[in-house]
Design a protein around this ligand. Structure first.
Ligand SMILES: [Zn+2]
Ligand SMILES: [Zn+2]
Length: 443
């Protein structure tokens, strides 16, 4: 009988990265792979590898959460974890290590670097592989395809309304009156059901409007949060419908890089920051960590990971044949990581996600000139937005997440330049910059 080969599990949703890692490592190790975080977690528990190599941005469960599960009570004692991600942000490396990773390698990697780091990690790992674990139900509590609200009877009207369009920091004052100074909040309305994307300071005014509209009637709302940087959650405690016991809200995002979605919101309302704790909100409030698409009855919502420090996702909302895609806080993969097979595939996946949208709401924080000194900040330019809109064949492009330094005059100029780019690319997409109060109706 030969020597016992150490077990290595490769968890990545990119076929070529899985194949490459398996081919390189199977010369020395016994290698298996898994296509996403949930499959990786199940395989790790049943197969007990000595090393788990995991990507970060994956469907169903991201790599941070897999790291934490592997290090948790039901995890694998002594397992080594290598995170291999195309995200070069310092935040992501720090958060991956904090989540339990032993090392972090940026994709695309040099094959020798992978071999070296795997050899180094396994030389310090525990000895023989432990016996397989008995079959146990998974420890995650998420549902992969949720179905909650029954579709209303009769025809629904669909509209999109912007309540906050500014990126990074609320920017009041006379220079931003036309495009708005509140941070991201977009309402996608299907009949009586509001789908709210992001909880920037624009959410406060939406709360005032919903309270007026629903006066006395219970309100059921769905809140989708792309990520939890300040500008995307600051309006939450000021959303007055949360204080009405008649109302029901569900907050959807993925698990945070450091803690659960609920605890991120709860911490943001700790007494040091706000006088009313999350637990005192009177409405029926629940938090759902997505691991797949969600079917709300009135709409289906899909998500896709974006390239931004920490965990950040975009949404595609499909309702009665209308498709609205929201991609905010994203830096193109080729733009940041350089032109390569992997970064091109990742950009193509984002294009596919937005394909054929009636409306693409896309961040366009910088001009190319500004970008040159802000590379790696997790944002892109209106040129990137135009290129993506043209490639995805969208009908309409709303520039979004405006930089705090962009006055109304600068915004006018950027919109004009973006329209020219779309025209030059042969796109017929209608282009405008999202502005507070703007409402777009769909038949
Ligand atoms: Zn932002
Ligand atoms: Zn952000």
């Amino acid at each position: 009988m030969g020597e016992i080969r150490r077990r290595v599990l490769v968890v990545d949703d990119d076929d070529e990265i899985r194949d490459l890692a398996s081919a390189v490592l199977s010369q020395e190790y016994e290698v298996m792979d898994a296509v996403d975080g949930v499959a990786g977690w199940e395989k790790a528990r049943s197969w007990r590898p000595a090393l788990v190599i995991t990507d970060l941005m994956m469907p169903r469960m991201h790599g941070y959460e897999l790291c934490k599960l592997l290090r948790g009570r039901d995890g694998l004692s002594g397992v080594k974890i290598l995170v291999v991600s195309s995200k070069p942000f310092a935040t992501d490396k720090a958060q991956a290590l904090a989540a339990g990773a032993d090392d972090y390698l940026v994709k695309p990697f040099v094959i020798d670097d992978l071999k070296n780091v795997v050899g180094k990690l396994l030389s310090s790992a525990a000895g023989a592989p432990p016996p397989p674990a008995p079959d146990e139900p998974g420890a995650t509590k998420r549902s992969s395809f949720l179905s909650s609200v029954p579709a209303p009877t009769g025809a629904s009207r669909i509209y999109v309304r912007f309540w906050g369009t500014r990126g990074s920091c609320p920017t009041g004052g006379v220079k931003t009156v036309r495009y708005g100074g509140n941070t991201p909040c977009t309402e996608v309305r299907v009949g009586d059901v509001p789908l709210i994307i992001d909880c920037g300071t624009g959410l406060r005014e939406l709360g005032v409007e919903l309270t007026r509209e629903f006066s006395g009637r219970p309100l059921v709302g769905h809140i989708f949060v792309g990520h939890t940087h300040w500008d995307h959650i600051q309006g939450f405690p000021f959303f007055t419908p949360l204080y009405n016991p008649q109302n029901t809200f569900t907050v959807y995002s993925v698990h945070g890089a450091r803690s659960s979605l609920r605890s991120i919101f709860s911490e943001s309302m700790a007494l040091d920051y706000f006088p009313v704790p999350l637990s005192s909100l009177a409405s029926k409030l629940s938090f759902v960590e997505l691991e797949g698409s969600v079917d709300l009855g009135v709409a289906k919502v899909h998500y896709h990971h974006l390239n931004h420090p920490g965990v950040c996702i975009g949404f595609r909302i499909e309702a009665q044949g209308t498709v609205i895609t929201y991609l905010s806080d994203h830096e193109g993969f080729v733009k940041l990581g350089g032109d390569g097979d992997l970064s091109r595939r990742q950009d193509a996946a984002v294009v596919d996600f937005a394909r054929g949208s009636d409306l693409l709401i896309m961040e366009a924080q910088y001009t190319e000139q500004e970008y040159s000194t802000r590379k790696g900040w997790g944002h892109g330019t209106y040129e990137d937005a135009a290129a993506l809109a043209a490639a995805a064949g969208v009908k309409s492009l709303a520039l979004f997440h405006h930089d705090p330094s962009h006055t109304d005059e600068i915004m006018d100029a950027n919109v004009k330049a973006c329209r020219d780019l779309l025209g030059a690319a042969g796109s017929k997409a209608d282009c405008f910059a999202a502005c507070e109060g703007l409402r777009i109706d769909y038949p």
